[in-house]
Design a protein around this ligand. Structure first.
Ligand code: DCP
Ligand code: MG
Length: 369
């Protein structure tokens, strides 16, 4: 391989939570399984088995909608401690191949295997080998993407799910990207997609033709990155250890809003997403921060801390409402809302602070990722 060419893998398990439930409950195999909140309690779908996806069910959809689309679906609550244990198994498999493993969530990671292979074909064989090891040790399938950069490896792993293996060699990248619909570009959210569509931009080729300057004018720094991606340029290294300092979610609204109750509904949704991530990681945090970006782009944050920490959305919401009321005056419009939990602590520390027995969700294990 050329000295400067890297070999990057992106590996992502298929329908992660749902596949684990089907593995552990053979009677659910081949059936539509939905893991997440209950339809009767305004829950949301964490993930759905591929059998359920045929009905249009997907992650983050209200469970009630999912039930309407797929009345025969089997709804199951999440068992995070099991998912975390499987995650540790697959991360161990990855780390046996290379020290350069960058986990993105419980079920996916980038691997830089440049030093382990001589050619891209060997990288493909290595990806195959890793998929087999995952199957052998966990009875779960994964999809793998192989390319020379993170961006393309990630797109490749998504191209033939489930149980896929897709390679995008450097010489094919340009043609591949030109044909790629913009919503498949990593990091292009709904808002950006809508804006691009309005301008008649449909594919990578259109993005490239727009040129860097125009994209920068429209989307700032992000526009520059989008242009480089469209050209197949992504030099980001695989970063093995990232100490996590906070867990947060934010959303740029499709239109600016002034109505406080609408904002509260959005905050509820964000808090639920933060709750899920905290549960996945098995951590909690002592500081809760609300982020607001006004339509003028001015950014303000307000934070509140408490010893017993924040773990559940229902613990965050009253505080978020108070913080929001300190900021919002009904006159200025809001374009972005965010919720972040920081000063992260392990469940052990939390338990001491709360001096109560926590639900079985909490486990005495090291905080990972
Ligand atoms: N997850 C969640 N809520 C979301 C997205 C994901 O709770 N909005 C959880 C459930 C998933 C897991 O994270 O099983 C991994 O997310 P993925 O995006 O990798 O989705 P899946 O692994 O479920 O499916 P895919 O086969 O598309 O990777
Ligand atoms: Mg997955």
């Amino acid at each position: 391989m050329d000295e400067r060419t890297r070999a990057i893998l992106h590996i992502d398990l298929d329908a992660f939570y749902a596949s684990i439930e089907q593995r552990d409950h053979p009677e659910y195999r081949g059936k539509p399984v939905i893991v997440g909140g209950s339809p009767d309690r305004r829950g949301v779908v964490a993930t759905a088995s591929y059998e359920a996806r045929k009905f249009g069910v997907h992650s983050a959809m209200p469970s009630r909608t999912a039930q309407r689309l797929c009345p025969d679906a089997i709804f199951l609550p999440a068992r995070f401690e099991v998912y975390r244990a499987v995650s540790q198994q697959i991360m161990t498999i990855f780390r046996q191949q290379t020290a350069l493993v960058e986990p993105l969530s419980l079920d996916e990671a980038y691997l830089d295997v440049t030093d382990a292979v001589r050619t891209l074909e060997e990288a493909v064989r290595l990806a195959q080998e890793i998929k087999q090891q995952i199957w052998g040790q966990t009875q779960l399938t994964a999809s793998a993407g192989v390319s020379y950069c993170k961006f393309l490896a990630k797109i490749a792993s998504d191209a033939h799910k489930p149980d896929g293996l897709t390679v995008i060699p450097q010489e094919e990248a340009s043609a591949f990207l030109e044909a790629l619909p913009i919503e498949k570009f990593f990091g292009v959210g709904k808002v950006t997609t809508a804006k691009l569509r309005e301008l008649g931009i449909q594919t990578g080729a259109d993005l490239k033709h727009m040129g860097e300057e125009r994209l920068r004018d429209l989307f700032g720094k992000h526009g520059g990155q989008l242009y480089r991606y469209a050209c197949g340029v992504d030099d980001r290294p695989v970063e093995p250890v990232r100490e996590r300092k906070s867990v947060g979610k934010e959303v740029t609204l499709e239109r600016d809003i002034r109505d406080r109750s609408e904002m509260e509904r959005i905050l509820e949704n964000l808090a639920l997403q933060v709750e899920r991530r905290l549960a996945e990681l098995g951590i909690a945090g002592k500081t809760l921060r609300l982020k607001v970006r006004w339509s003028t782009f001015e950014l303000v944050t307000r934070a509140s801390s408490r010893e017993q920490g924040f773990q559940l959305a229902q613990e965050m919401l009253p505080i978020l409402r108070t913080l929001l009321s300190e900021l919002v005056d009904g006159k200025r419009a809001v374009r972005l809302l965010g919720v972040t939990v920081s000063s992260l602590v392990s469940p052990n520390e939390m338990r001491r602070a709360r001096q109560i027995v926590m639900p079985s969700l909490w486990h005495d294990e090291h905080v990972q990722v």
